[in-house]
Design a protein around this ligand. Structure first.
Ligand SMILES: Nc1ncnc2c1ncn2[C@@H]1O[C@H](COP(=O)(O)OP(=O)(O)OP(=O)(O)O)[C@@H](O)[C@H]1O
Length: 314
């Protein structure tokens, strides 16, 4: 396999369930070593996409290829060994120890049990490996889930809501591990409703809405596609803005607010930094959350993203 090969290819993929179109003509290519964030509201089609890639379901039409093969074919057994999957709300048999759980999954996957101890160490569970899972915290269970997904050194890792229930430090640890896997050439698909903080760990985001592809690209690509402004907040005394910025200014609780087109951001910074009386300046670039809201609202009409976000938070 060469480095430029697409690990996953979806071409015009549709999935219909009794009258519901869960995915509508989705095209997607994922290259080796990429970390792709898959985002969307409840029912947007994320799990359907993951199930299609895992070969658990077949497409109603279109073509799915994983490592160049159709993942639903029985000959794709070897292909499945290259996949690791961490499902949402992972649960294990509580009476077993962490090590026993991992050894059990190693056997199911046809992987040598020898790797289990080192995997527990990699996810920071070596001390707890001999304790029963019923004594594990939510974060420890999640880490055991990750160790299970990493069995057999998968080349493609699919992670559904991997950081739900993890505290901020555990979340950072988790993403650091993803970064190491990426450096080792592993391709990662990450599904999440938790958008803040994810953007620095993904190469590309894909936003789904009601089974449709709403937007796709790096955060910078999405910022340009969305044409959302950079927001400046200025604090100081008797600030007098140059005329060409003054008509873009308004006042809010954080000071003088300026919405500047992204292409003018550097020019604005240069001009504003020398402003008389300026004591502080904050710059906010459109975040993944802002972009997500923008694309969902553009698709459904303003106001609906709020419903979607509230639904997702439940
Ligand atoms: N087995 C099924 N039978 C009927 N409809 C289904 C089935 N599986 C999924 N759907 C429907 O397909 C659509 C997409 O569901 P999917 O589970 O892919 O969404 P999702 O983005 O993963 O949502 P969530 O964030 O809630 O997990 C939804 O309308 C869902 O109700």
């Amino acid at each position: 396999m060469n480095d430029t090969m697409n690990i996953v290819e979806l071409e015009q993929v549709e999935k219909r369930y009794q009258g519901v179109t869960a995915l509508n003509k989705l095209n997607l290519e994922i290259r080796q070593g990429e970390v792709l964030g898959l985002f969307g509201h409840n029912g947007a089609g994320k799990t359907t996409t993951i199930k299609l890639i895992l070969g658990l379901i077949g497409a109603s039409s279109g073509q799915v290829k994983v490592f160049g093969e159709d993942p639903t074919q029985s000959e794709a057994r070897n292909l499945r060994r290259k996949l690791g999957f961490l499902q949402e709300n992972v649960s294990f048999y509580d009476q077993l120890t962490g090590l026993e759980v991992l050894q059990y999954f190693a056997r199911l996957k046809g992987v040598s049990k020898k790797s289990c101890l080192s995997l527990l160490e990699q996810v920071g569970l070596s001390q707890a490996g001999k304790r029963r899972v019923k004594t594990y915290s939510k974060g420890m269970r999640q880490r055991l889930g990750l160790a299970q997904a990493l069995l057999g050194e998968p080349k493609l890792l699919l992670l559904d809501e991997p950081t739900v229930g993890l505290d901020p430090i555990a979340t950072q640890d988790f993403y650091r591990r993803i970064e190491i896997l990426k450096q080792q050439g592993c391709t990662v698909i990450l599904c999440s409703h938790v958008l803040p903080g994810v953007e620095k760990y993904i190469d590309r985001a894909l936003i789904l809405g009601q089974g449709n592809l709403l937007a796709e690209g790096s955060i910078n690509d999405l910022r340009h596609q969305a044409s959302l402004p950079a927001t400046f907040h200025l604090q100081g005394r008797d600030l007098t803005l140059p005329d060409h910025w003054a008509d873009k200014a308004s006042q809010d609780e954080r000071g003088v607010r300026l919405d500047i087109e992204l292409k003018d951001k550097m020019l604005a910074m240069q001009q504003l930094v020398g402003l008389q009386g300026l004591e502080n300046m904050d710059i906010h670039l459109p975040s993944l959350e802002d972009l997500y809201t923008h694309f969902i609202e553009s698709h459904n009409g303003a106001g609906s993203a709020m419903n979607v976000t509230q639904e997702a938070a439940q």
